[in-house]
Design a protein. Structure first.
Length: 142
């Protein structure tokens, strides 16, 4: 395409990570060759499935709410982010965002993969790790 393209926000589409995304700029909507820009809403108490993007970097800007992003080979590390924070996720890093809060979280996501349905590698063996069920630092109720 030549020239500017405006994409009107439509209905969200289910993503490969289990969350719904509002597709903005992508190869499919604009012919973009090197990036994808979307908005994701993470309901209170919801999370994505564990995954990674083999060859693509991800940048996130949190607009509303709070998100804990678990990351690492066994999702043993975490990054806490809230409205106004930026998060960078390198290519190939297993991760899983969670909204432990009581309000919906909203974020803008940019990736170096131009496709709306990004190249997600699912990691279902990590989805059931027990520590993911509670906010980091919260006591378990055994």
């Amino acid at each position: 395409m030549s020239g500017c393209v405006v994409i009107r926000r439509g209905e969200p589409a289910a993503g490969a990570t289990g969350l719904d995304y509002f597709v903005g700029v992508s190869r499919e909507t604009t012919g973009a060759g090197g990036l994808c820009l979307q908005v994701v809403r993470i309901p209170a108490g919801a999370r994505a499935s564990a995954h990674l993007h083999t060859d693509h970097e991800t940048a996130v800007y949190v607009l509303e709410g709070e998100v804990v992003t678990w990351y690492g080979d066994r999702l043993e590390e975490h990054a806490d982010s809230q409205a106004g924070d930026f998060v960078y996720i390198p290519a190939g890093l297993p991760h899983l965002p969670v909204n432990y809060g009581a309000v919906e979280a909203v974020a803008v996501i940019a990736r170096t993969d131009p496709h709306a349905q990004e190249s997600v590698v699912s990691l279902p063996e990590l989805d059931t790790l027990p520590h993911l069920g509670r906010r980091p630092g919260a006591k378990s109720h055994d």
